[in-house]
Each structure stands twice: as C-alpha cells, then as structure tokens.
Design a protein around this ligand. Sequence first.
Ligand code: DQA
Length: 146
Amino acid sequence: MKILVINGPNLNFVGIREPELYGHQTYADLVESIHGWAAELGLEVEVYQSNHEGDLVTRIQEAYGNTDGIVINAAAYTHTSVAILDALKAVAIPAVEVHLTDIRTRESFRQHSYVSMAAEKMICGKGFDGYREALEYFAQKQHGND
Ligand code: DQA
C-alpha cells in the first residue's frame, strides 16, 4: 500500500516555529519518524512538503492512479484553500487530515477546515503521533482488505 504524506506551509519550520505550540523536534525528525512508522506497518511512504498552494495541488494530482492513501497536513491552507479541497475530491484517493495542534481549541479562523470536507478522518492535537495514527488507519484498512 502506497501512502503519500503531504505537509503544507511552515511545517518545514517545525522545531523552530512557536515551539510552545509545535514542540522542539525538527521537520527532519518528523520525516524520519514517518519513515520508521511506515516501515513497521509495512507501508510504502513518500513525504512531500511545500510552502506553495499550487505545488500542493499539483502533487495531489500527480498521486492520481498510483497512490492508495493521502495523509495531509495542509497547515494554514487547511482554512483557506478550496483548490486543495477540489484536488483531493478530484483524485478521490482516501485521505486522512492531520494537525499537530488541536485546531478546534485555537483561534476561531482555524476552526473551519476545507480539507475535512474531503477527508475520511481528522486527527489533531497529538503532535507527531497524529501522523502515526493516520498511517495506522491505512494499515488497518489494508489488513481489512486481505
Ligand atoms: C497546523 C494548524 C494550522 O492552523 C496552522 O496554520 C499550521 C499547522 C497544525 O499542524 O497544527 O501551520 O496545521
């Protein structure tokens, strides 16, 4: 099972940005953890990060026909991007939305998510472990289909 993990703007600054919210571990640590969890779960994984909305849309389109699941933290674009929502709907690849922080308890502008409209599940407020949970969700699906 092939999973694409997509991270949006400023997530490459995790470990530097607002550590009181996002923690002290770096983006490189996150990518390493994702690869480790995927290996444990028997998933093939690619991790992609961009600060640009159009690049995120293009990467989602490129997953069409060759990817079984998308784990997406669209970061700030979660709350603004109809283009990312449309791309997720267009490719119709099962998607799980992840956020490091609990967006439901933060500023009101973070409480609406376009991504949620195309996602099977949303995991938030669990830090890096949210990505692990998202990968586990796909691994369980895979075993359900065995
Ligand atoms: C975030 C939450 C978003 O509101 C914010 O813009 C981010 C990160 C999170 O992972 O908690 O950049 O998606």
